[in-house]
Design a protein around this ligand. Structure first.
Ligand code: PLP
Length: 362
């Protein structure tokens, strides 16, 4: 069978190594994973209870309109239900955006890089022209980004806090982008780490930007809400964008357990608070340790830290694996001297630092 060249050029997404895989490969028992920005506390007890209860209903199709989830989230956010779209993870919404809006042959996709690699992978699958501009001081370079906007620019991805660097793009800078882009350019503000960023006094709420007809804000239940394995993400946008996305959305894209779990997760404010507090404490601890070790790191607004290593980072990464610690290699991003570590529980952070010292010989 013939496969198109643009498909053959795609390197499949490589996530953080699963714990079981490392256990299997190296015969290790104790493995910690600080590679995929997951919530180290796990899902809340209330969420687990709802998941078990909902198991009895899985003979039924889920509510394709996600009535209760939409209602609860819209209420929480103070927006209309018609301004929400849900996906099988925000990953799926990114795909729907391409499907619905990047439909012309000459469309260009614009963002700074390194950032979330799915923008590239999905863009390549749609055979789009992708313009990746370098980050400046580990953050989005807005002047350069703006200078590359033209009539073919169809989607601009702004990831704030940016994965893998943890840096913010400011409200005012996003406004500059919106003002420069034409009404035919979709501006995607990916706030997968919103709840973490929000706890900082530097963060300015971006929610009202959804009132622009060509803006969508993406958030997810995968990170702070600890539901990565269930796959629920959402977009906040104008009714026009939501309606358009609904035309191309698979009817039952968020399953019945995921919908129930997401509602329960929204209700558990205590777990959210504890998660953010654990992250703040872990961040402080890891900064201190990096400082002591003389390792450069980028200050983060999320639940992960990009840090550099004195020796080849890929070797450090592989040696950490042998010690049962999974972090994220930045080699696929071209950051050869860096690793990204997810902030874990205090115990996990301590193990990570202990093993890091061991593989660095300090
Ligand atoms: C984790 C992440 C997502 C998506 O997650 P889903 O699990 O698909 O909701 C989206 N954007 C960024 C930047 C992320 O880091």
């Amino acid at each position: 069978m013939k496969v198109a060249d643009y498909i053959l050029k795609i390197t499949p997404y490589e996530g953080g190594k699963p714990i079981e895989e490392l256990q299997r490969e190296l015969g290790l028992k104790d493995v910690i994973k600080l590679a995929s920005n997951e919530n180290p506390l796990g899902p809340s007890k209330k969420v687990i209870d709802i998941i078990c209860k909902t198991a009895e209903l899985v003979n039924l199709y889920p509510d394709g309109n996600m009535y209760y989830l939409s209602q609860k989230l819209a209420n929480n956010l103070g927006i209309g239900e018609k301004n929400l779209i849900f996906g099988n993870g925000s990953d799926e919404i990114i795909e729907l955006l391409y499907k619905a809006f990047a439909t012309n042959e000459n469309d260009e996709i614009l963002y700074c890089y390194p950032t979330f690699i799915e923008y590239r992978i999905i863009g390549m699958a749609f055979n789009k022209k992708i313009i990746e501009l370098p980050l400046k001081n580990y953050a989005y370079d807005i002047d350069n980004l703006i200078s590359h906007i033209n009539n073919n620019t169809r989607i601009i991805f702004i990831n704030t806090p940016n994965n893998p660097t943890g840096t913010l793009t400011t409200y005012d800078d996003i406004l500059r982008i919106i003002n420069k882009a034409t009404k035919d350019t979709l501006i995607v503000i990916d706030e997968a780490y919103y709840e973490y960023a929000k706890s900082s006094s530097d963060y300015k709420e971006l929610l009202d930007l959804y009132k622009n007809e060509n803006v969508i804000i993406l958030r997810t239940f995968s990170k702070v809400y600890a539901l990565a394995g269930l796959r629920v993400g959402y977009g906040i946008a104008s009714e026009f964008i939501v309606q358009t996305l609904n035309r191309v959305r698979p009817p039952f894209n968020v399953d019945i357990i995921a919908q129930a779990a997401a509602i329960a997760a929204l209700d558990d404010k205590e777990h959210l608070k504890k998660t953010i507090q654990t992250n703040e404490e872990g961040k402080k601890y890891l900064y201190e340790q990096f400082n002591k070790l003389g390792l450069f790191y980028v200050s983060t607004y999320a639940n992960f830290i990009l840090f550099s290593t004195p020796k080849d980072a890929q070797t450090i990464y592989e040696n950490l694996l042998k010690e049962g610690v999974i972090v994220r290699s930045m080699k696929p991003y071209g950051y050869n001297n860096f690793l990204r570590v997810t902030i874990g529980t205090q115990k996990e952070n301590e193990i990570f630092i202990e093993k890091l010292k061991k593989v660095l010989n300090v």
